[in-house]
Design a protein around this ligand. Structure first.
Ligand SMILES: [Cu+2]
Length: 185
């Protein structure tokens, strides 16, 4: 008995195998076509990114929150689930931190207005999945993504972290990492 494996190990290439082979080949072409089609339909991720650091991004976001946090009738800063509620300045920059396990702050936008939302992480890789619109991005430490957004409907939209963010500590909270963007009239 030869020690080498036979050269025709794949034979017989029977009917079922042939069928699966054709299906996966066809599917590979469909996936390949998604790249140019996604480009034509403008479904690409934002192209604007820049280098930052967790310390710098936290500082900029803290300053942004201090300047734009919503105040109630008595002048007290408004919070929601332990997070600052911030009225993003129209047509300007807004900042969003992803950090185990929250998205800070709660951004309030106005329908039909344009915003530049900068996103970065203070620790590990997180996912940004805006629901129910299904806009998906990756948020990484040391880089900021700038997403230009013009909300066209009002309501409360949820941001779900869809990139499993593991932390080798006593607690884990990836499944609780949900943020909010509120769009008002
Ligand atoms: Cu996360």
């Amino acid at each position: 008995m030869p020690l080498e494996s036979p050269r025709n190990w794949w034979q017989p290439f029977n009917k079922e195998e042939r069928l699966w082979f054709y299906i996966i080949t066809a599917w590979a072409f469909v996936m390949f076509l998604m790249m140019p089609l996604g480009h034509l339909w403008n479904h690409n991720v934002p192209q604007e990114t820049y280098k930052t650091t967790p310390a710098e991004f936290k500082q900029v976001t803290d300053d942004f929150i201090a300047k734009h946090q919503r105040k109630d009738a008595e002048g007290k800063p408004v919070m929601m689930s332990g997070l600052e509620v911030v009225d993003a300045p129209i047509g300007k920059d807004a900042f969003l931190i992803a950090q185990a396990w929250k998205f800070r702050p709660v951004l309030v936008l106005k329908k039909g207005q344009t915003y530049r939302i900068h996103m970065s992480s203070l620790d590990f890789q997180h996912g940004f999945s805006l629901q129910p619109q299904n806009l998906n991005l990756q948020i990484l430490p040391d880089y900021s993504y700038v997403v230009t957004l013009q909300p066209n409907e009002t309501g409360t939209f949820h941001i779900v972290c869809n990139e499993y963010c593991f932390y080798a500590g006593p607690q884990m909270g990836h499944d609780t990492m949900v943020g909010r963007i509120i769009v008002e009239e």
